[in-house]
Every structure is written in C-alpha cells, then in structure tokens.
Design a protein around this ligand. Structure first.
Ligand code: SF4
Ligand code: SF4
Length: 134
C-alpha cells in the first residue's frame, strides 16, 4: 500500500475509465441545476445536520466533476483527498432523488473505480473496520 501511495498516477488508465462513460457522465454533469432537491433524500446529509459537504451534488461535483474538468490529469494527492467523499460520504444506497434523472450513485461509483484503479482505498482502523460515516 505504501508503494501504491507513492506511485505516480497512471493517467492513461484514468482517462480510459473516464472516456468509457463520458457521454453519460457529461450529460449528468450538465443537467445538474444545483437545485439541492436531492439533498433531503440523502440520509447521510440529514444525519450530518445538513452539512453541505454531504450534499449529493457537492459530492459528485468535487470528485467526478473535477476528474472530468482536469481530463483525468490529477495528482495522487487529489485522489487521496477525494477518497473520503467517494468511499465514506456516500454509500451508494441510491436513495437520492433527482427530478431530472441525474444518477448520483453511478457517478460516485465511477469516481471510486478511478480511485481503485490507482490503489486508493478507504482508511481502515487497527481492527480492520472502515472509517465510520456516522
Ligand atoms: S443532482 Fe438533481 S436534485 Fe441534485 S442538485 Fe442536481 S439537479 Fe438538483
Ligand atoms: S447514494 Fe450516496 S448521495 Fe445518494 S442518498 Fe445514498 S449516500 Fe446519499
């Protein structure tokens, strides 16, 4: 894991993953009106006293949105930064409702795939438990 953490990002692999889903993801990103309606249906947002960092739209825009904006050219430190968003702050439960059909969990799942492709995983404590989201 230490070696993986120090390795440079294989941007070719990241670009391939993004390209494979570009049309669908770009559609979602451009359709989002930032209305925040999805937030009320996200139990993590509600359980965190409506902390804006747990809003579904915030989570995708600051993970997958940035990956597309930078065309996959990101540093490992960026992937380490977003791993909390994609592994801890969303559990892919699919409860979030979007009136225009933006599929938040599909977007977070792709951001996870990008992290996974570079060996970036959630943190575990000494007992092997994943960091709690609540
Ligand atoms: S994902 Fe949908 S519900 Fe959420 S802010 Fe964007 S448009 Fe609104
Ligand atoms: S899929 Fe993620 S963003 Fe949507 S309701 Fe579940 S935890 Fe919240």
């Amino acid at each position: 894991m230490a070696a993986a953490q120090q390795a440079t990002v294989d941007t070719g692999k990241v670009k391939d993953l993004l390209a494979a889903h570009r049309a669908e993801m770009k559609r979602y990103l451009s359709h989002c009106m930032h209305c925040t309606l999805c937030a009320e249906s996200c139990f993590l947002f509600m359980a965190r006293d409506k902390d804006p960092r747990y809003m579904p739209s915030y989570k995708v825009l600051n993970s997958l949105g940035v990956l597309y904006r930078r065309r996959g050219r990101v540093e490992r430190s960026f992937l380490e930064k977003i791993k909390k968003i994609v592994w801890r702050n969303c559990v892919l439960c699919r409860r979030c409702y979007c009136p225009v059909g933006v599929d938040i969990p599909r977007m977070i799942a792709l951001a996870r795939a990008v992290c996974r492709s570079q060996g970036v995983y959630p943190d575990f404590d000494e007992q092997g438990h994943q960091e709690s989201w609540l």
